[in-house]
Design a binder for this molecule. Structure first.
Ligand code: FAD
Length: 289
């Protein structure tokens, strides 16, 4: 089944994300985390590609496990900046051979020191979307950035390029993490005005430690609101308290989104089934209402 068909259903959908192991020895641990998350009945589970230090070769394997053994929808991420066009075509063929129907098409970050652009690589995610479309009937998702992508000085450029990307054949968008919902509502208003009509899944990152907050800020350039910083200041020194506060903060963001009519939400669960379970527990009655 395609994720876009699930998103079009008139009900609430909460999806999760996992990243592949850094080494082959870590594979079973990731599978155990995925299996535990499956019990929480997510709308789908996405598997990153080479992000978070994980290797890309296990993405298809984990996405297949989610689909074939756990009978859930899976979304395989695919990046193109660090691979040649030929390598990317081979991975698309591999995903097709595994029967994976849903791909999140990304450019990926440009590896330090690499000469980019280069004729042998796709330059933007939009080119990857066009390439995937040539290979079959995939449901294609892509990334978007409520606070603007770090490489763009002007938000208008970001939205113009996003519209071009969506017009290449994107079925849905997932946002970069944000910690102030007003930024998301404002972004939604601006992209709808620009004629982008596909479903947008807000990406919610539960921050459960001070280290994770620092890493998230480096990766995304996101702005942390005063309320979040006060929480970190007060509880950052106590891992258990910070974890509980981070789960409560993410829950609060999700409840506000649901209260404002958002139906599809993606949680960056980051191989942490306990965090996913705590948030889903907090929402148990809310998602039924
Ligand atoms: P693009 O859409 O290609 O945009 C990249 C930049 O180019 C933007 O600044 C954009 O505005 C600009 N641009 C686009 N088109 C044009 C044009 N025609 N002319 C000029 N400028 C243009 N990274 C991983 O390595 N693995 C993952 O699994 C992964 N998953 C992610 C999931 C989500 C939901 C998000 C939000 C990010 C993810 N990332 C992942 C990070 C992502 O790869 C980086 O943010 C990357 O820098 C941009 O990827 P993109 O697909 O958004 O690129």
């Amino acid at each position: 089944m395609k994720i876009i068909d699930r998103l079009r259903e008139d009900s609430i959908h909460i999806s999760f994300e996992v990243f592949p192991p850094k080494t082959d020895e870590g594979f079973d641990k990731v599978i155990a985390a995925v299996d535990a998350m499956a019990g929480l009945n997510p709308a789908f589970i996405s598997v990153t590609y080479g992000a978070g230090g994980g290797t890309s070769k296990n993405t298809a394997k984990i996405a297949s496990h989610i689909k074939d053994d756990l009978h859930l929808l899976s979304l395989a991420h695919l990046t193109c900046a660090s691979s040649t066009k030929e390598e990317v075509r081979r991975v698309i063929g591999d995903l097709k051979a595994h029967g994976i129907e849903n791909i999140l098409a990304l450019r990926g970050d440009i590896p330090a020191g690499m000469a980019f652009p280069d004729a042998d690589r796709f330059r933007y995610a939009s080119e990857l979307v066009e390439e995937i479309r040539k290979h079959g009937d995939f449901c294609i998702g892509a990334a978007c950035y409520p606070e603007g992508h770090v490489e763009n000085e002007h938000k208008e450029d970001d939205i113009r390029y996003l519209k071009q990307k969506v017009d290449c054949g994107v079925d849905f968008l997932t946002t970069q993490m944000f910690f102030d919902n007003d930024i998301h509502y404002n972004f939604l208003y601006r992209i709808r005005e620009a004629g982008i009509t596909v479903p947008v899944l807000p990406g919610i990152m539960p921050i459960t430690s001070a280290t994770q907050m620092k890493r998230s800020q480096e990766l995304s350039g996101t702005v942390f609101p005063r309320r979040f910083l006060a929480m970190l200041d007060r509880f950052g020194g106590s891992p258990a308290a910070m974890k509980q506060a981070g789960i409560a903060y993410a829950t609060d963001q999700i409840i506000d989104l649901l209260a404002n009519g958002v139906k599809n939400i993606h949680i960056y669960t980051m191989n942490k089934p306990d965090v996913a379970a705590a948030i889903m527990g907090n929402l148990s009655e809310i998602i039924k209402a």
